[in-house]
Design a protein around this ligand. Sequence first.
Ligand code: SF4
Ligand code: SF4
Length: 176
Amino acid sequence: MSIIDLTSMAEPEGEQQDKINEILKTLKEDIPNDCYQCGKCTSGCEAFILLELEPHKVMALSKSGFIDELLNSDVIWTCVTCLKCKERCPQDLAPVDVIFALKNIAVASGKQIDTGISNMLQSVLGSGYIQQPKEVVDKDNKAVTRDSLGLPSLPAPKEIQKLQQVLMKAATETLG
Ligand code: SF4
Ligand code: SF4
């Protein structure tokens, strides 16, 4: 089974469904309970300006039970894990943890994951890099590549097999 298979699994069952239920219970009952919607998390969120991620809304929606809506939304995939929401929260809450839990449920439930993330995973597994070298445009508006600049091909990262094993292990580990 590849990591891509793991991100597109069919309906969860048995033990996996129990884990999802456990996370859902935590999401609904525990994590967002002390959030008083001050918005400090969102005002410092690195993904807010460009990607419209509003962690305080994620907290409110989780608490109100709109889990499916969040799981089907692109918004949970825009978090860049900067952890600022966790640092800034006066209530010692961590919207980032809620978002991680939602992402875990989305993957375990076989929901469509963000294309950019699945492309990145495929690239890391295939070559060890998060993306392949790209053609860019220089100051004269001319397209250049590593080849055209006379640069050598990128060497494969050291210990790529170890990296792949770690990724697979992380993907198959227990949720939460
Ligand atoms: S900073 Fe904390 S209390 Fe304020 S909205 Fe965000 S999660 Fe809620
Ligand atoms: S960890 Fe995610 S949700 Fe929290 S501030 Fe950073 S980008 Fe925003």
